[in-house]
Unconditional design. Structure first.
Length: 130
């Protein structure tokens, strides 16, 4: 069984101490738009109950918060929201991760051609102006 963990690290000089959340005692997940609001309520309940929560909310989950957007909602693969529920966290020294200036992910390569990108951007822009 895989161990789930979340690491928050402020790698800036003088930044805050890292936090390592391990071994969640529960999870809150939303796979569909109609599950987002109940999941957010469950997160509120968990934090009011003393739990630490750490995870993510996908961009598309925001569509669940505006009824005008639900009809045209685009849902990708994976959950819209995932949070682990934790008893606490371990403080981790940011210096243990090395110098962030040395990080390199590799060369950037577009996954689409310029014409396709510009056409999609136009659709988004028109939607924003509407």
């Amino acid at each position: 069984m895989e161990e789930k963990f979340i690491l928050f690290d402020d790698a800036r000089e003088g930044g805050g101490q890292g936090r390592l959340y391990r071994r969640p005692v529960g999870e809150i997940v939303a796979w569909a738009l109609e599950e987002v609001r109940p999941a957010l309520e469950a997160l509120r309940t968990a934090t009011h109950g003393g739990r630490h929560v750490a995870g993510f909310i996908g961009y598309e989950a925001g569509q669940a918060l505006d009824p005008a957007l639900i009809a045209d909602a685009r849902v990708g693969e994976g959950p819209l929201l995932w949070f682990g529920l934790f008893e606490g966290y371990e403080a981790v020294a940011s210096s243990s991760f090395g110098d962030p200036a040395g990080a390199f992910a590799g060369p950037v390569a577009p996954r689409t051609d310029q014409a396709t990108y510009l056409a999609a951007a136009k659709v988004v822009r028109e939607g924003l102006f509407a």
